[in-house]
Design a protein around this ligand. Structure first.
Ligand code: PLP
Length: 390
């Protein structure tokens, strides 16, 4: 399947009709454990000498089908699925870092990832430097002799910073450290970081991969060696595995990823252009706008600009809340990547505990509103925002 086009991989990779029944859809192997033929086979399965299944925390055929599909879409050798995006993020970082090690990370990251790097790693004896710019040379300057990992998102959550994927990958290779990127906002339909030289990619599969807002999951893609290490030395002990039913929902969602993403992105571009010229809007963060500082770079490394954006509404904290209260189609709901359009106000929700100064330093101002643009009719979405802003 490796050399096929993306759309063909999205539909077929990792899956094949059942040899026994001809069923075209991958079965949900709702089994915790798998029986061996004899004691030798059981011992070989446990030691890893023989590939196969023995216990669903170690691996499951439905989950494996998903892993193969996503590995093909991200152009990686292998993938490991997890119960949530944060299980993928935290376990994958722990696969690279031990006590005494150091991480160089971007300043703009999903809140729980930031907390993991900022609070949990120090509690385990490792540390993180958050680079206060998007310049690759500042990432390189932050590297110390004990640095093991460069970690970033592009576009980043929630202010859509764009980082140079190829250059950061090259810096990591030069210093013989791992580069890891969260590709949740773009999805492999838009951007394939492994092809640009990144060592490992993580996803909140809860978002565009699943695509329908009905299942939580995470997935990490990388070299066979890295994924084996992640499975054997981290996941088996931490235990945050994906369930077979979730994997089946994700397989179903991904078969239309290549159709959904262009629809999301086309809608988002029109919404961003509408917001950009609106008198009640101070500022729009969307890499598809030529005013965005990362626009040229995004054009080079992305096929489209994604469908998440943030904008600053006039009237600060109250202004942000009033827009939230006035929308009729956008749903006041966390998350992103759903077919439905979603709206959140970070200052009163996800970032309410972060002191204002710290929030504002990374662009999360009182009036900032984040949109995940869905695949409804764009005229209806624009009209909804227009009446809300009025
Ligand atoms: C960029 C990014 N990474 C990771 C996560 C965590 O994913 P999950 O909620 O599936 O644990 C999120 C969640 O919003 C996210 O936006």
């Amino acid at each position: 399947m490796k050399d096929h086009q993306f759309a063909t991989l999205a539909v077929h990779a990792g899956e094949a009709p059942c040899k026994l029944t001809g069923a075209v859809d991958t079965p949900i192997y709702q089994s915790t454990t798998f029986a061996a033929a004899d004691s030798d086979e059981m011992a070989a399965l446990y030691s890893g000498e023989k590939p196969g299944y023995m216990y669903t925390r170690y691996g499951n055929p439905t989950v494996h089908a998903l892993e193969e599909k996503v590995a093909a879409l991200e152009a990686g050798e292998a993938a490991q699925a997890f119960a949530t995006g944060m299980a993928a993020v935290s376990s994958s970082i722990l696969a690279c870092v031990k006590a005494g090690d150091h991480v160089v990370a971007a300043r703009s990251l999903y809140g729980a990832t930031y907390n993991f790097l900022n609070r949990k790693l120090p509690a385990m004896g490792a540390s993180t430097t958050f680079v206060q710019s998007t310049r690759p040379e500042d990432f390189e300057k932050a590297i110390q002799p004990n640095t093991r990992l460069i970690y970033f998102e592009s576009p980043s959550n929630p202010i859509l910073e764009i980082l140079d994927i190829a250059v950061l990958g090259a810096i990591a290779r030069k210093h013989e450290i791992t580069s890891m990127m969260d590709n949740t906002f773009a999805s492999p339909a838009i951007q394939q970081p492994l092809k640009l030289g990144i060592s490992a990619v993580v996803h909140s599969a809860t978002k565009y991969l699943c695509g329908h807002g009905d299942a939580m999951g995470g997935i990490t893609i990388g070299s066979r060696d890295f994924i084996d290490h992640l499975n054997r030395d981290v996941l088996r002990d931490f235990g945050g595995v994906m369930s077979p039913f979730t994997a089946w929902l994700m397989l179903r969602g991904i078969r239309t990823l290549h159709l959904r993403m262009p629809a999301h992105c086309a809608n988002a571009q029109k919404v961003a252009e509408f917001l950009f010229q609106h008198p009640q809007v101070e500022r729009v963060y969307y890499p598809g706008l030529s005013s965005h500082p990362g626009h040229e770079l995004a054009k080079r490394q992305m096929k489209a600009f994604g469908a998440v954006m943030s904008f600053e509404v006039k009237g600060g904290y109250e202004g942000g809340k009033r827009v939230m209260d006035a929308v009729k189609i956008f749903l006041r709901a966390a998350s992103l990547g759903d077919t439905r359009s979603l709206i959140v106000h970070p200052a009163s929700t996800s970032h309410r505990a972060v002191p204002r100064e710290q929030r504002e330093a990374i662009g999360i101002t009182d009036g900032l509103v984040r949109l995940s643009v869905g695949i409804e009719a764009v005229e209806d979405l624009v009209a909804d925002l227009d009446q809300a802003l009025k």
